[in-house]
Design a protein around this ligand. Structure first.
Ligand code: AHR
Length: 540
C-alpha cells in the first residue's frame, strides 16, 4: 500500500470533498414500532424476509477473543494527543495516558493491542523510547505527516498501558530498517526474568519483572512500506529474524506473525506457508481495508447511497479473502496450527476537512457500524483459522472506536458494535446457515443480512445480526435446532440516517438501546431488523 499511500497523499490536497447530494429515499416515520428504543426511528415501509438455522448443539470451534483486538500506531493523534497526553496534562491521566480512554477500553474488553505500527514499526528503534524521557532522541515520523516526536511514549508506557486495560500486547517489530540483534534485544528486554544485559537495563529503567509479551509481528507490510520485498525474500528474512526470537522463559512459546498479504495477494500467503516451517510460524497476517474507491475515497460523513454500497461491497469482500487465504493455508497446514491474523482492517475515507492529510483522522458513522458488524461476523464464522484481528485504529485514526478533542472524548458507533459483540469473546461458535434476500442497488446486490452466533461458558447463546440494507427492514426468522431457550433479550444500534455520527456536541446520538421487536415460539425466534442496524440477541 506504500505507493498508493503516496498517491493518496498527493491527490488529497487537490481533492474536492464531496458535497451532500440530497437524501437517497424519503423515509417514513413508523411511530411506536420500536417501543424500547429511546430515539425516534425513521425507516422505509418495505420489508424483506431472511431465514437462519442455528445448530445450537453442534458447536466445536472457539471464537478466539483476540479476533476483537485493536491497533495503535504512532500516527496522527492516536498515541500523542490521543492515548497519551503526558503526565503534566490537566486531562486526568495515569502516567500520561488518559483515564477516560483506559476506562472505555476496559469496558470494551479489548483483548489485544498492536503497537507501534503499521508502517511506523519498520522505522522504529525501540531503544529510542526507554530511559529518562528528557534524554530520548527526537525523531521524524516519515510515514505520517513528517512530524517530529520526542519518544516520550515508549515500551514501558505501552506495556504498562496494556496491563491497565487488561489487554495482551502485540508488538510489531522493525524488520525493514532494524537488525536481528535489535529484535533479539527487545524480546530479551521485555521477557527475560534472569540476569542479562537487557533485563538489567529494564530494571535500571524501573521495571523489575518482565511483561512476558507473547504476540510479535515480524515486520509489517513487507511487500510495501516494510521494505518492498518479494515474498520469497521476505520468507527467508522472516526465518532469520524468527530464529533469534525466543521467549526467554522456556515455558510459553512466542506467537510470531509473518507480515501477510495485501488483500488478494494469494501468492504471498502461498509462499509464507510453503517456505516457512510450521514450528516457526504461529500466524500469517492479512490486511484489508473497506473504502469507496482507493483513489477516490470520499467523505467519512457526507456520502451517497452509491458510495455506501461500494464501501459495503469491500467490507463483504473480507469473507472471500479469509476463505481463499484459509484454503491455501489448509493445503500446507490441515491441522490449522498457523493462524490467519487480520491485523489491519476497517473503513478508510478522506480525512476530515482542515485536518492534516497524513494524520488519517476521520469521523465514524452508521456506515462504520455496518462494516464492523459484518466484518466481525465474518471473523467469528471463520474462527477455526482467523484467531486474531486488529481494527485500525483505536483512537483518532481511520475507523477509530474513540475520538478525542482536548479534554473531550467520544465513543463512535464502531465502539458500540464492538462492545455489543464482546459476548462472543472465547465463546463456542454455533454454526448457522442463512437464506435471505439481497440489498439491491441498481443492477448490483449484496447479502442484506450478516449473522453469527455463539454459546458462552454459562450456556447463553448470542446471535449478532446486521441488516446493511439502506432502505428496507428485514424480517428474520431464526430456527433453533438442538436446544431450547426460554428467555430472550436484545440490544440494537440504529439511527435515523446512515450518515449519522456522534459528535463532541452530541456524543450520545448513537448508542445501544434495548431491543424488543421479536416474537418467540418453542424453537423459533422472529425479529424485524430496521435498515442499517445491528442487533445482538441473548437466548437463555
Ligand atoms: O493503518 C494505517 C496504515 O495502513 C498502516 O501503517 C499500514 O500498515 C497500512 O498500510
Amino acid at each position: 500500500m506504500i505507493s498508493e499511500n503516496y498517491k493518496m497523499k498527493k491527490t488529497l490536497s487537490a481533492k474536492t470533498i464531496l458535497r451532500r447530494k440530497g437524501e437517497a429515499a424519503k423515509p417514513t416515520r413508523l411511530a411506536g414500532i420500536f417501543p424500547a428504543a429511546s430515539f425516534l426511528f425513521l425507516v422505509t415501509t418495505s420489508f424483506a424476509q431472511t431465514s437462519i438455522i442455528l445448530q445450537a448443539d453442534n458447536g466445536k470451534e472457539k471464537i478466539n477473543k483476540n479476533i476483537y483486538g485493536h491497533f495503535a500506531e504512532h500516527l496522527g493523534h492516536c498515541i500523542y494527543g490521543g492515548f497519551y497526553v503526558g503526565d503534566t496534562s490537566l486531562i486526568p491521566n495515569s502516567n500520561g495516558v488518559r483515564n477516560d480512554i483506559i476506562e472505555a477500553l476496559k469496558k470494551l474488553k479489548i483483548p489485544t493491542l498492536r503497537w507501534p505500527g503499521g508502517c511506523f514499526a519498520d522505522t522504529y528503534h525501540w531503544k529510542d523510547g526507554i530511559g529518562p524521557k528528557n534524554k530520548r532522541p527526537v525523531i521524524v515520523n516519515r510515514w505520517w505527516g513528517g512530524v517530529t516526536e520526542d519518544n516520550s511514549f515508549g515500551t514501558h508506557d505501552f506495556l504498562d498501558l496494556c496491563e491497565k486495560i487488561g489487554a495482551e500486547p502485540y508488538l510489531a517489530a522493525n524488520v525493514g530498517s532494524g537488525t536481528v540483534q535489535e529484535l533479539e534485544d527487545w524480546v530479551q528486554y521485555v521477557n527475560f526474568d534472569g540476569t542479562s544485559p537487557m533485563s538489567k537495563l529494564r530494571k535500571e529503567n524501573g521495571r523489575e519483572k518482565p511483561w512476558n509479551v507473547k504476540m510479535w509481528g515480524v515486520g509489517n507490510e513487507a511487500w510495501g512500506c516494510g521494505g518492498n520485498m518479494k515474498p520469497e525474500h521476505y520468507a527467508d528474512v522472516y526465518r532469520q529474524y524468527a530464529t533469534f526470537m525466543t521467549d526467554w522463559t522456556n515455558s510459553d512459546h512466542l506467537f510470531r506473525v509473518a507480515s501477510g498479504a495485501n488483500v488478494d495477494d494469494y501468492h504471498w500467503t502461498e509462499v509464507m506457508m510453503r517456505d516457512i516451517p510450521r514450528n516457526m510460524l504461529e500466524g500469517v497476517a492479512l490486511h484489508h481495508y473497506s473504502f469507496v474507491e482507493w483513489n477516490n475515497k470520499g467523505s467519512a460523513t457526507d456520502f451517497t447511497e452509491q458510495q455506501y454500497f461500494a464501501t459495503m461491497k469491500t467490507a463483504w469482500r473480507m469473507n472471500e479473502l479469509v476463505t481463499r487465504h484459509s484454503t491455501i493455508m489448509d493445503r500446507y497446514d490441515p491441522e490449522k496450527r498457523t493462524a490467519l491474523v487480520v491485523d489491519e482492517w476497517g473503513g478508510w475515507y478522506n480525512v476530515e476537512p482542515g485536518t492534516n492529510p497524513g494524520f488519517l483522522y476521520q469521523q465514524n458513522t452508521m456506515r462504520d457500524a455496518m462494516i464492523a458488524g459484518v466484518t466481525l461476523n465474518i471473523f467469528n464464522n471463520h474462527c477455526d483459522r482467523v484467531r486474531a484481528a486488529n481494527l485500525a485504529q483505536t483512537v483518532n485514526v481511520l475507523q477509530a472506536v474513540i475520538l478525542t478533542n482536548k479534554e473531550k472524548m467520544i465513543l463512535t458507533p464502531t465502539y458500540h458494535v464492538m462492545e455489543m459483540y464482546n459476548v462472543h469473546q472465547d465463546a463456542t461458535l454455533i454454526p448457522l446457515t442463512i437464506a435471505g434476500s439481497d440489498y439491491i442497488l441498481g443492477d448490483q446486490k449484496l447479502p442484506a443480512i450478516s449473522a453469527s452466533a455463539s454459546k458462552d461458558k454459562n450456556g447463553a447463546v448470542h446471535v449478532s445480526l446486521v441488516n446493511i440494507d439502506a432502505g428496507k427492514s428485514q424480517d428474520v426468522t431464526i430456527d433453533i435446532r438442538g436446544a431450547k431457550y426460554t428467555a430472550i433479550s436484545g440490544r440494537i444500534l440504529a439511527s435515523a440516517k446512515l450518515q449519522d455520527y456522534n459528535s463532541f456536541d452530541t456524543p450520545d446520538k448513537i448508542k445501544p438501546a434495548p431491543f424488543k421487536n421479536f416474537k418467540k415460539t418453542d424453537s423459533q425466534v422472529s425479529v424485524t431488523l430496521p435498515p442499517f442496524s445491528v442487533v445482538v440477541l441473548e437466548l437463555k
